[in-house]
Write a protein of this length. Structure first.
Length: 128
């Protein structure tokens, strides 16, 4: 239950706070030197012609082999950061500004992370 309380507190944290961080808050954070990092942005793209991709606030989930799952709160500028154990992860995201948060957006492909490695992966919400 403590995990849920932490998420709630971080979701309400102002940008730049220790919880939100400059590049997004990550939950949970493995405390070992063998962790890797996945960072990126949650963005909406598509819609009317000429509209640029737009950052979305919300939540990102990284699911690895077995039951390994990590959650990050996405900041208002769309950025997130997750500390994860080495492995391959499927990334999804939701935003209250995209179909009221009821539709999962996805990264284009699974992400592989090695120990000490930082990988960039963006998650796209397709608008029509």
């Amino acid at each position: 239950m403590r995990f849920g309380v932490l998420l709630g507190l971080c979701a309400a944290a102002p940008l730049g706070s220790a919880c939100a961080g400059g590049s997004g808050a990550a939950h949970p954070t493995p405390g070992t030197a063998t962790a890797g990092v996945i960072h990126g942005r949650l963005v909406a793209e598509g819609g009317p012609q000429g509209v640029s991709p737009r950052p979305l606030p919300g939540q990102v989930n990284a699911v690895g082999a077995g039951t390994a799952s990590h959650v990050a709160t996405v900041t208002a500028d769309g950025s997130f950061r997750l500390s994860v154990a080495p492995g391959t992860y499927t990334l999804t995201g939701t935003s209250p500004l995209y179909n009221a948060g009821h539709v999962q957006c996805r990264a284009q492909q699974p992400v592989s992370v090695s120990a000490g490695q930082a990988v960039t992966a963006d998650i796209y919400c397709q608008e029509k």
